[in-house]
Design a protein around this ligand. Structure first.
Ligand code: TYD
Length: 226
């Protein structure tokens, strides 16, 4: 493969995308592919610091309210670092990069959820990401209520057992999540060549099989010619 293949996972909190990303990484590695995984925000040392500020619900107690545009800009600062430090070098080395969230998250959460609008987010993507687009985006979009219930259960568990708190987004209202859901649907309708929505609320194994099929179909022509 002359240039690797860039796959992003998208969806609401609790959509199960992180589990699916790990399983896909295991399958692709077993097939002999070089696989690099990362998440956003995070994935670099700088990104982990940014993640801590953005996700910890205690941040605003010490920093004051985080302005939505500051939030958006920090997401892109994280992304710029990840692109330079991890994604571009891995793609250049021919790896398959699996990224847990990318610009679609900013469009859905900040553009939709925080109501900054898609145009502002897409303009920032153009300015910051140097034309980098995922080759494939797997959008896990089970029914909204199921995702929300899972995310809230998980965060309660995490706070109780590890004392960690990544709740700043999960504390938002259902209306906030409804706007994110709508924004994701709009992205999927606009970008049908890149985004594959997976709307079934099936078991983990079933979704895993669906995802592996989609990815293998996309990779097949590339593997033959390389
Ligand atoms: P994460 O743990 O990756 O999400 P999940 O709960 O799905 O595993 O948390 C990332 C949070 O940051 C999530 O609530 C979405 C939010 N986010 C944005 O608002 N904008 C962005 O650009 C990104 C990358 C994430």
């Amino acid at each position: 493969m002359p240039r690797g293949f860039f796959i992003t996972f998208e969806g609401l909190d609790g959509s199960g995308k992180t589990t699916q990303l790990r399983r896909l990484a295991t399958s692709l590695t077993a097939e002999g592919h070089q696989v690099v995984t990362l998440r956003q925000p995070g994935g670099t040392a700088l990104g982990d610091r940014i993640r801590n500020v953005l996700l910890d619900s205690r941040s605003e107690a010490s920093l004051g309210p985080i302005d939505p545009i500051a939030e958006l800009t920090l997401m892109f600062a994280d992304r710029a670092q990840a692109i330079a430090e991890v994604i571009v070098p891995a793609l250049a080395a021919g790896a398959i990069v699996l990224c847990d969230r990318f610009t679609d998250s900013s469009e859905a959460y900040q553009g939709g959820g925080r109501q900054l609008g898609s145009q502002r987010v897409l303009a920032m993507h153009d300015a910051v990401c140097g034309g980098l687009q995922p080759d494939l985006t797997l959008l896990l979009l089970p029914p909204l209520e199921a995702s929300l219930a899972r995310a809230r259960r998980r965060n309660q568990r995490s706070a109780q057992t590890h004392g960690t708190d990544e709740n700043r987004f999960e504390r938002e209202s259902d209306e906030f999540y409804r706007r994110i859901y709508t924004a994701y649907c709009e992205i999927a309708q606009r970008d049908t060549g890149r985004v594959v929505p997976i709307t079934q609320d099936q078991g983990v194994e079933d979704i895993q099989r669906i995802i592996l099929d989609i990815v293998q179909q996309k990779l097949a022509p590339l593997t033959v010619t390389s």
